[in-house]
Design a protein around this ligand. Structure first.
Ligand code: AMP
Length: 424
């Protein structure tokens, strides 16, 4: 038989996990709105060039991990492997440069990367992003980091710190890359094949190589901070001052470059100490500045911007996750019981009256006997039962039973909402 299971690294979100995601999203959205971010939902598919030009070749995402397809009409599309390039595309396409700047937006949704699935690593996973576009000030970097940290803390995270670095702008970055390339060329004999390839396409990537030999070579590599031009140096210093002022623990990580070519100046990752399987730090979120991305996507002017992507799957799977309850999940106060065909016929009308009055109920309309329905009400520990039998259906009334002491009142339907309001 054909394999009809879900694709590898992709799963059905349901039951508790679904609610965990929804509860997280509601809280993240609330924090985002407090900080002044507005919502946007970009399509899950984009033209492939949005990513190849934006993220750049020589990156794992573009070279190995993107799901691409050719449509019947001949378009080359890709399932989004991240939220930032689509957002910059939307900013340019809708002429958002004409709005008061910065434009602050949040996004939530599935991301697709054809990576090797393992614990905390899926091929379809969810990210919540915050971005500020149209302003180059260091306080925007600080705002995005702070709002991201608050979301993680609201979700229950505590041992957080941030790894941070600055990779400079077009003034200083090229000088640095030249120096770095020269350094690696000197060690080319010892560089593993994959990193020798990177030396041609994207030398910065060698800094976050997973190869043991390269890690050793990286210890002596020049660091980008020493090459920052005065304005990048000032910007980075200010970002760090903001973090200090907010008591955010940071660690300057000279090997942090975050791979994607669109990054400029600040790059950072929020780490949970001890969160990884081997007891090391686990990345919960990452981000940085991308001051030149919009120009690659058709903007006539640069749009300095900064953002953060928070990985939702890892948060809701953590032992510390607070199980934020989604607003739609309400504990039922009433169990609705119906007996006999006249009552069943009218039951949905009564349930609709309760729904409109926002009274959460539970029911098992498919059941017929009083005993089985009462047993469920007791099992669920619901405080009141509404019993609607043949007599009540004819009288236009309902019996309200207090499940704790089994006392009952018969209430006329037009008075029901008023009566229920009085109950504890
Ligand atoms: P990145 O932009 O790749 O650093 O991703 C930002 C955050 O998304 C990471 O810190 C992770 O929490 C999460 N993330 C990245 N890749 C995956 C994946 N394959 N599966 C689950 N979460 C991921």
């Amino acid at each position: 038989m054909q394999d009809i299971s879900s694709p590898k690294g992709m799963r059905d979100l349901m039951n508790e996990e679904y609610y965990s995601f929804q509860g997280f999203f509601e809280k993240a959205q609330e924090v985002a709105v407090y900080y002044g971010f507005k919502p946007i939902d970009t399509p899950i598919l984009e033209h492939e060039e949005i990513f190849t030009t934006g993220i750049g070749e020589g990156t794992d995402i573009v070279d190995k991990e993107m799901y691409t397809l050719k449509t019947k009409g001949g378009d080359h599309l890709a399932l989004r492997p991240e939220h930032t390039a689509p957002l910059a595309r939307a900013y340019v396409e809708h002429g958002m440069q004409a709005l008061p700047q910065p434009v602050m937006l949040y996004q939530y949704g599935p991301i697709f990367r054809h990576d090797k699935p393992q614990r905390g690593r899926y091929r379809q996973f969810w990210q919540f992003d915050l971005d500020s576009l149209g302003n180059d000030k260091s306080i925007m970097d600080a705002l995005v980091i702070k709002a991201g940290m608050s979301i993680l803390e609201e979700a229950g995270a505590s041992s957080l710190s941030i790894d941070i670095n600055s990779i400079g702008d077009k003034e200083c970055r090229n000088g640095y890359i030249r120096e770095l390339t020269n350094y690696y060329k000197k060690h080319i004999g010892q560089l593993p094949g994959i990193d020798r390839e990177r030396l041609k396409t994207n030398p910065l990537r060698i800094l976050d190589s997973k190869e043991e030999k390269t890690k050793e070579i990286n210890e002596g590599a020049p660091d980008s901070i020493s090459f920052l031009c005065p304005s990048c140096k000032k910007h980075f210093k200010e970002v760090l001052e903001y973090l200090e002022e907010m008591n955010i623990q940071y660690n300057i990580n000279k090997n942090l470059v975050r791979g994607l070519s669109y990054y400029t100046r600040t790059v950072f990752e929020i780490m949970e100490q001890g969160g990884a399987e081997d007891g090391g730090a686990l990345a919960l979120a990452g981000g940085g500045r991308y001051d030149y991305l919009a120009r690659h996507l058709g903007s006539k002017k640069d749009v300095p911007a900064v953002g953060i992507s928070i990985g939702v799957d890892r948060i809701v799977a953590s032992a510390w996750y607070k199980k934020l309850t989604p607003r739609i999940l309400k504990k039922p106060k009433i169990y609705f019981i119906q007996l006999g065909s006249e009552a069943k016929l009218k039951s949905l009308n009564i349930i609709e009256i309760l729904r409109k009055a926002h009274i959460p109920i539970a029911q098992s309309l498919s059941k017929d006997s009083l005993g089985s329905q009462l047993a469920i009400a007791e099992k669920l520990a619901i405080p009141y039962a509404l019993i609607f039998g043949v007599k009540e259906a004819l009288d236009n009334s309902v019996i309200v039973r207090d499940m704790s002491n089994r006392s009952q009142d018969t209430v006329k339907l037009p008075k029901l909402l008023e009566y229920l309001k009085e109950l504890k």
